[in-house]
Write a protein that binds this ligand. Sequence first.
Ligand code: ASP
Length: 408
Amino acid sequence: VAKKKGSTEKLLIWILVGFTLGLIVGPLLGKDNVIWVAWMGDVFIRLLKMLIVPLVFSSIVVGVASIGDPRKLGRVGLITILYYLLTTSFAVTIGLILGNLMKVGVGMKLGEGLQFAGKQPPSLYDVFLNIFPKNPVAALANGAMLQIIVFALFFGIAALMAGKKGKLVLDFMDSVAETMYKLTAIVMWWAPFGVFGLIAKVVGEKGYAILLPYTKVILGVYIGVILHALITYTGVLALLARLNPWVFFKKAFEATFTAFVTRSSSATLPVTMRVAKEKLGVSESIASFVLPLGATINMDGTALYQGVAALFIAQVYGMHMTLSQQIMVVVTATLASIGTAGVPGAGLIMLTLVTQSVGLPIEGVALIAGIDVFLDMARTALNVTGDLTGATYIAKIEKELDEDVYYA
Ligand code: ASP
């Protein structure tokens, strides 16, 4: 065990080395030459994505079957969704408070922003209908996460109900899930190179100078992200779950950081699941259900960012946002974050829903589009850390947390 721990720590150190080198090498290579190292990051993302579908499907089937009792399944589902909604609305509130206090948009001149492609966000009805799969194979092939979750839940319950005849399916899925966890560990050996390539690409293409006019709004989002982790997550872990939060953040770091550089909760999901199971001691049944759901619907960072961004836009345009408008932002940002896909830049598209709901100019979104990658990194890191906090808390109250593993 001691040897294993040493190797994970070494990996994390190498990931940080890759990150630091990327920060230096990216701008040196510049926009035109960064491709020479950017491929390492693109390969990393592909390898992570390769893991998602087989891992999520097999582990949910196994997880559902091991819960066994449908009543417990319903209870866990309800707690998970309530927990996610509550923490997300907290996050927007923190974003709004910071946006007000820091006056994030004051002093910013109009016309400094870049062009924004203005993609249409999906309607709420489509978001709802899209939960239900009509063709499970298509859902798997397209990586439609919610549909995969729903089909896997049904499939697992049915295999359980089939009794002796369903056992083969469950044993097979168990074996697939274990293999995928091992494969995740293998892919992570590429992480230092992947992180290097990803971060070099971002700073190589953008440079650092672009950040300057946006210092206040960037600080607003980053401070908000740290505060939400320190207040909300530490509170949940220490007070509600009675666990040492420091241990949590240290162990979660591998997933938090992967989210930070990939800017995708979905791509990070295999890492998140492995961290939950193997490092935090969350049971398969809780991890396999709470985390894929979280990667799809729970976006505290995205919601927090939307709170800050709404005030940024209002202040740039010299508009005053009333208290009731800000409460409206809490509601729409919480709902919009559910419909936000766990892919890079999705939160920016959903920001148009939030600005529309309170009558802010849509062009305001274009103002911060140019630096979105930097905000996306922070919000995705928080999104994933929030999923892990939820899984740990729910595992603890459902007596599905192995504290020997947590404190190992
Ligand atoms: N990139 C974020 C995620 O994957 C979503 C967003 O753009 O806010 O969690």
